[in-house]
Write a protein that binds this ligand. Structure first.
Ligand SMILES: Cc1ncc(COP(=O)(O)O)c(C=O)c1O
Length: 467
């Protein structure tokens, strides 16, 4: 029987065995909330050395006064109508003053989510993760402790993967984080120069995180059709003199833009000329088709680039495993910041991801995911070509999870979004993604989340509302 826990009440025995009267007095003075379960008589016997009969007599006395009641097979309870409560829990209002929540895009639950950055759960490797989880939990050597830098076997597996892509990295350079969001957090909190430059529009949770860390943010306009105007960027960087340049190099969120090698090289030379470090957020380079990998700044730019990666979107978002690759000299500061905020990560989850990588499941999974994303990308383009009015434009990122859909300026995105919501379709306004002026009038379209027929249905509704 799953019984409620029982309460305790004060019993003043003054060194002698408690009497039934002591129990009665204790319950009466105990300010016990209605519905509380009283200690069973065997507990009073064990704790106070009184006989069960005495305790039982005291409870019966209280029951006869209407203060407690016996419930079959459950024990004695304080009655809800006439209770022994001499005072009630005082309801004071809070004196805690907190800052208002940041103005982040509110995730709308809708039948069709057109802008989500998540991958269709049906495409995630649930069974194989379950196999790894079972195996990890059965390991005789499983330790209940954690390494604040992250589980060594996971750091080794991450380093080995990145080495295969040409990166010079060892487990000592890897700090495992709670999603890549924590990587951004510990970097921004430890940054000495409190200025950062980012693309605009940019992933809003990064922008707000930088703001909450007290960083001044300079926006570098990114037009997903024309690419970045790197001369203008260089001017802005020279003016702001940031400590860090934050860039999402593949499938930039929210524009879906991926930088060419030529652009990445120019960015590196700007960073060198202006003495700026780079924070590369690579959530996307593994989502491109086949064996093609997008170039990474970290590969071209060496240790001046702090490189952030994540398994969340591609494996299982709630497992919350990401990482940052940093020069060994910076690792202690990053691990220190992580310890201050969370002590360590969820090492069991880290062990599951490590096992998944060691068994070679990740590569197989990515291959299947990439093929499916390619097919969905093609279906999305077909649907857009067929359905959208002539003055609507979209980017063609070549695969991956998202593209940018740009609407004519006469279309009000707030009104459109409200009308779509009524029809069960959600789009994410990019409002909070802009640093400074808004130079685009569109939003992210994701083909990774909805199966093609559902995406098409969403795009049909969208095209109709635009018209
Ligand atoms: C560009 C980018 N970086 C980082 C994150 C954080 O993701 P996570 O903490 O799940 O790795 C996201 C999430 O959407 C993102 O879009």
């Amino acid at each position: 029987v799953n019984r409620a826990p029982h309460v305790s009440f004060p019993i003043r025995t003054r060194g002698r065995r408690p009497s039934a009267a002591d129990i009665v007095e204790g319950v009466m003075s105990g300010q016990l909330p209605a519905g509380s379960r009283l200690p069973p008589v065997r507990v009073l016997e064990a704790q106070l050395g009184m006989s069960k009969n005495t305790a039982q007599a005291a409870y019966e006395e209280l029951a006869s006064r209407g203060i407690i009641e016996a419930r079959a097979r459950e024990g004695w309870f304080v009655r809800s109508s006439t209770s022994a409560t001499t005072g009630t829990c005082t309801r004071t209002s809070t004196r805690a003053e907190l800052l208002p929540p940041p103005a982040l895009p509110t995730p709308r639950s809708a039948r069709i989510s057109l802008s989500t950055v998540f991958v269709d759960p049906e495409l995630l490797p649930r069974e194989k993760l379950a196999d790894c989880a079972r195996s990890v939990l059965k390991q005789p050597g499983l330790k209940p402790f954690y390494d604040a830098q992250g589980l060594l076997t996971l750091r080794e597996a991450i380093a080995a993967r990145l080495q295969r892509r040409g990166m010079e990295v060892t487990a000592a350079n890897v700090v495992v984080t709670v999603g890549s969001q924590q990587a951004l957090d510990i970097v921004s909190r430890t940054l000495v120069t409190k200025r950062i430059a980012t693309e605009t529009p940019v992933y809003p949770h990064a922008r707000m995180l930088f703001e909450s860390a007290g960083l001044a943010i300079g926006g570098l306009p990114l037009d997903p059709f024309a690419g970045p105007d790197l001369d203008a960027w260089e001017k802005a960087i020279a003016e702001l003199r940031p400590g860090l340049l934050y860039l999402i190099t593949s499938f930039q969120n929210p524009t879906g833009y991926s930088y060419s090698t030529h652009e990445l090289e120019r960015i590196l030379s700007i960073a060198t000329a202006h003495d700026v470090a780079i924070l590369e957020d690579d959530w996307g380079s593994e989502m491109l088709s086949g064996s093609e990998y997008r170039p990474m700044l970290r590969l071209l730019g060496g240790e001046n680039v702090l490189y952030v990666g994540s398994f969340t979107k591609k494996l299982w978002p709630s497992m919350r495993v990401g990482y940052v690759i940093a020069p060994e000299s910076l690792v202690p500061s990053l691990v220190g910041a992580k310890r201050v905020s969370t002590l360590g990560g969820a090492q069991i989850t880290e062990a599951i991801v490590a096992e998944f990588l060691e068994r070679g499941y990740y590569d197989g999974h990515l291959e299947k995911l990439q093929a499916e994303l390619d097919a969905r990308y093609a279906a999305c383009l077909d649907a857009l070509r067929e359905l959208m009015p002539d003055d609507v434009r979209w980017t063609t990122p070549g695969g991956g999870p998202t593209l940018w859909l740009e609407l004519p300026s006469r279309i009000d995105l707030v009104a459109l979004s409200a009308r779509l919501a009524e029809k069960g379709v959600a789009i994410e306004s990019a409002d909070s993604a802009f640093v400074g002026e808004r130079h685009l009038n569109g939003f992210r379209v994701s083909y990774a989340y909805s199966p093609p027929p559902l995406l098409r249905e969403g795009l049909e509704i969208l095209a109709k509302e635009i018209r």
